[in-house]
Design a protein around this ligand. Sequence first.
Ligand SMILES: Cc1ncc(COP(=O)(O)O)c(C=O)c1O
Length: 423
Amino acid sequence: MPIAEQVFSSALDLTWVRSQFPSLSQTMNGHRAVFFDGPGGTQAPQRVIDAIAGYLAADNANTGGAYQTSRYTDRIIAEARAAMGDFLNCDADEVIFGPNMTTLTYAMSRAIGRELGPGDEIVLTFLDHDANFSPWKALEEKGVTIRAAAFNPADCTLDMNDLASKINSRTKLVAIGYASNAVGTINDVAEVVRLAKQAGALSYIDAVHYAPHGTIDVRALDCDFLVCSTYKFFGPHMGVLYGKREHLKRLIPYKVRPNTNNIPNCWEWGTLNHECIAGIKACVDYWEELGRRAQPSVANRREAIVASHDAIHPHERAMMETMIAGLLAIPGLKLYGISDPRRFESRCATIVVRIEGFTPLELATRLGERGFFTWDGNYYALNVTEQLGVESMGGFLRIGLVHYNTMEEVERMLAALREIVGA
Ligand SMILES: Cc1ncc(COP(=O)(O)O)c(C=O)c1O
């Protein structure tokens, strides 16, 4: 590890971190692959891969049977639920597993929508991924009024005054993203939850993009629902929903008759992806070990998870500062989102740009040939690209940094980009 890496993050053992992820040693056209595609899905540590393969090799069964592999399956699901409870700071029976965040959100919007009709209102934001927009907008077919809060195009932060003005006594739910998967803005979700509660409305937080970057504490937030996707924070392709117990018990899910009426299982449809659930447990184990290595004195798994975020934060922040400063020095480059380092606590290390004379697809393709994996397009944050007028122009080039990236990768990427654009 270069010395510079240690300077920025004394608590984070980056050599150990990178040794956990086998895919990071891949090469592409002779270049070591650089994974700046985390916002679309992160790489998985070996223990997650082993847990998935191990489950299929030795423990593969359906649930509720009177024999060994089925009992093990029940046990690993319970362990994964408890682990996610610690990850989100809730109880295990408030954790629902599903195929992904989008599916869980459609299921929850249908269930909540059962109680809504003309005269009821839902408040959304134009900064959100479409998975926290369209499932709620679909309730217009029941006569529900949808209002969407604007964001400030200059720095891509939510217009809190506009949001507050849209919440009133008819508002039944406020759906908001914790962090934008396009422009990286971190929203003041605690304040939004407070505004929703004041109006007697439910709050529904999309934490998919935030989860790899910051600690989630649903108790402290006091939100009603929060969703995330484990494949965005080093786990397998699955979604997880937190719901306050009182809501999970009161709301009526659409479900088949033989399924139980008890939470949390009444909110889980059909046979789940057991091997990936085994992978989720291993994913939380990874977070826990990261935290315990950074702060050996932690008392329990939850504290270790908090410690892991404390350790990765300065590292991500330092990489983000270097990346943004380097990008802004490239002639013809426009960065969308917060660019003032004094305000970097309100953004995460997900950076979108356009460069004059190049489409985002051209840039991503040329970077890809050099081993830099980035995204182009709208990443389903459709309202963002539409409002910023780039949807018909290929969206943005998105560079997403997570804790397994290095400062050396950032410097190499900047050099590659300068070379591609002839700067
Ligand atoms: C912020 C955000 N919300 C929701 C989603 C949808 O998640 P899933 O793929 O689990 O449905 C994504 C996926 O990119 C996302 O980035």
